[in-house]
Structure formats: structure tokens, C-alpha cells
Design a protein around this ligand. Structure first.
Ligand code: 5GP
Ligand code: MN
Length: 346
């Protein structure tokens, strides 16, 4: 049973925020993933059915394998379409932040623009420790994805008539991508009740899977082969694998930013692995190393990332960044592993 998730007070407040709004601007985090684009798409379609004008803004571009999501093609890019973004923000009477917990994840530029506005803001998110910057914050870290949370919000608000196949498709895409097709962060029975409900709208979940996961280029496959064969360092006694990738290496295989999505999960497929770390040079900022970590069971990636990589996230999937060379970053990783060795060793 999908029981009521929001408090009575939240239902009243959300009803007022949405009821009073005519022009709504939606934001997701930088380097959008399926949950970010999926939740913006779903809410765009829901609000439009209510007669609202909706503009969805992503801080930067997102991978081709998410472009098929309904309305994804019309998402404005914050780092390119400045005029359109400013126009939408100038007319907005409600700003919604989806799938992130602090305005800096929109980029500093957009965070400054949004925080300067005098319009009510709403946050719908599943990351821990949301910044208290919005009039209403619906934060549920137990949810597998913002998309799952959005579906629950729709149910609690009595918005089920807006759950069209397009909305259900976008929601399913976000739930599926944030859980690696329900292979992690997905033990709650309610997730499967939510999926059941989405399927009753007639969506084709098998096609959604293929649209997202069977769309890779040859370059990505060859880059993956190279990283696994040549670059992966396996520390057997720590049940940990580390992969590093420079921009030069990525470009050698003619792949774009985003092509390495999912690579960090793969070393966990080796028997006994507990932690996988992927370091890659940022595609835009020189001297910035992006860190991705994934774990199984109880290893706290979020604590590791908070302590050593200026980041955070979920227990089994976290990230961060380091301002240094790849060699220095590799050293930070080895120090971090030494510090967490107790939790990694048998
Ligand atoms: P990914 O490895 O896919 O980039 O990120 C996995 C998760 O880690 C994200 O969903 C997000 O929760 C978290 N994350 C990634 N980068 C950062 C960061 O720089 N700071 C914080 N606080 N969390 C991050
Ligand atoms: Mn998410």
C-alpha cells in the first residue's frame, strides 16, 4: 500500500504554492542524470495539464540517451541559453528545485540568479541534508529517486488524473536510472508498488530500458575496454578497485562528456568487491578531478566522499571533486583507503 507520505501541512502548503503559480521554472543539478531529467519532464507535463506555463532548465547539457524522454528536447541549457533563461526567471512566480539539495549544484551562476529572485521556491529531492532555502522543502532520502518521490507527491495531492503514459515514462526512467535498473538502493517494497502503478498507464518499461542502456557508441565500448584492461587497479585485500581517466584518454576514443556514465559500477561486478572509485578529469575546468564512488552493503561512500573528496551523496553512491593533478588525486584515494581500511578488509 502506498500510504500518505506528505504531512497534512505539506499538502496544504504545496497546494497553495502550485495553485498561486502561473509561470513555473524547474531546475535540476549540473551534469543531469536520468532522475534529474525525468523528474523535470514529469513535473513539466503535470503542471502543463493544470494550465501552467513551465520552463525546465538544466545547468548544462545531458547525454543523448536521455534526450528521448518526453519534453527533454525543450529543456533550456543554463550555460548556453542565457537570454531565454533570464527571460523565464524574470517571469517566474514559482521556482522548483528537483533532485538536488543545495543551490550550488545548479552552478554558481544559476544559484546566484535564482537566490536573487523574490519568488517562492520549492525543493523536491531525495538527497540528505537539504539547504533550508525554500519556502517548502519535500526531502525524502529514503526514496530511491526524486522521480519516485514525485509520484508519491502526485498521489498525496490527488493529481492522479495527470499521470499520463508520458508522465509515467519519465518517472520510470528516473527510478530506473537512479537504481541501476533496480540493482541498488531499491529494497523498499513500495518501489515495486509504484512501478506497478506506472505500468497500469500502459508504459513500455522494456523499451525505456533499451532507450537508456542500449544506446552506446563504439568509442564508449572501446574506452571501457581500455580502462578495465589497462587502467583498473584492484586492491584485493581492500576489496576495492580504482580507475582513473584523463581527458586525453577520453578523447583518444572520441567520446563525449557523459560517455563514462555507469563505468564506476562495473568493478563491483567482480566477486567480493566492496568499493569502486572512478577519477576523471573535468571536461571543462582544468585541474579539477571528478570523483565517483560506489559500494555494496554497508560501506559508507558518503562518509568517504565527505572526508576526502569535498563531496557526499548516498551510502552506496557518492561523489565529489579534487583540485589537483591526477597523480595527487590518486594519492588522496590511497590515503582515504588507508583511513577506511577497517571497513574494507575482511
Ligand atoms: P556520480 O558518481 O554519479 O557523479 O554521483 C553519485 C551521487 O553522489 C550523486 O547522486 C550525488 O548524490 C552525489 N554527488 C556527486 N558529486 C557530488 C558532489 O560534488 N558533492 C556532493 N555533496 N554530492 C555529490
Ligand atoms: Mn536522484
Amino acid at each position: 500500500m502506498l500510504t500518505q507520505l506528505l504531512t497534512q501541512d505539506e499538502i496544504v502548503q504545496l497546494g497553495r504554492l502550485v495553485g498561486d503559480a502561473r509561470r513555473v521554472v524547474l531546475f535540476c543539478h549540473k551534469n543531469p542524470d536520468g532522475d534529474a531529467i525525468g523528474s523535470m519532464a514529469a513535473l513539466t507535463l503535470v503542471l502543463r495539464q493544470m494550465g501552467k506555463e513551465v520552463t525546465a532548465i538544466a545547468p548544462n547539457n545531458f547525454p543523448l540517451f536521455l534526450q528521448w524522454i518526453p519534453t527533454a528536447g525543450e529543456v533550456l541549457l543554463g550555460d548556453r541559453q542565457h537570454y531565454k533563461v533570464d527571460t523565464a526567471l524574470g517571469q517566474a512566480d514559482l521556482v522548483v528545485m528537483l533532485d538536488f539539495n543545495t543551490p550550488m549544484r545548479m552552478t554558481e551562476l544559476l544559484a546566484n540568479k535564482v537566490l536573487a529572485l523574490e519568488v517562492p521556491m520549492l525543493m523536491i529531492d531525495h538527497h540528505i541534508d537539504p539547504s533550508p532555502i525554500c519556502r517548502l522543502t519535500l526531502s525524502h532520502p529514503e526514496m530511491c529517486s526524486t522521480c519516485e518521490l514525485l509520484l508519491r507527491v502526485m498521489l498525496d495531492m490527488g493529481w492522479t488524473q495527470y499521470l499520463t503514459p508520458e508522465v509515467a515514462t519519465a518517472i520510470y526512467a528516473g527510478m530506473m536510472t537512479d537504481t541501476g535498473n533496480f540493482s541498488y538502493a531499491s529494497n523498499r517494497p513500495e518501489i515495486y508498488e509504484a512501478i506497478g502503478l506506472l505500468l497500469t498507464t500502459g508504459i513500455d518499461k522494456d523499451r525505456i530500458y533499451r532507450n537508456v542502456f542500449y544506446t552506446h557508441t563504439e568509442g564508449r565500448f572501446r574506452l571501457l575496454g581500455y580502462l578495465l584492461y589497462v587502467k583498473m587497479e584492484v586492491m584485493a585485500e581492500l576489496h576495492t578497485a580504482l580507475i582513473t581517466m584523463t581527458n586525453e584518454e577520453r578523447l583518444r576514443f572520441k567520446t563525449k562528456n557523459g560517455a563514462t556514465e555507469g563505468f564506476v559500477n562495473m568493478p563491483l561486478e567482480m566477486e567480493g568487491m566492496r568499493l569502486s572509485i572512478f577519477l576523471r578529469e573535468d571536461t571543462e575546468e582544468k585541474g579539477l578531478i571528478r570523483v565517483s564512488t560506489r559500494s555494496v552493503d554497508d560501506f559508507p561512500c558518503n562518509e568517504l566522499c565527505a572526508q576526502f573528496f569535498n563531496g557526499g551523496g548516498h551510502k552506496n553512491a557518492s561523489g565529489g571533486s579534487l583540485r589537483m593533478t591526477m597523480e595527487e588525486a590518486r594519492e588522496v584515494v590511497h590515503n582515504a583507503l588507508a583511513s577506511f581500511a577497517d571497513k574494507l578488509r575482511d
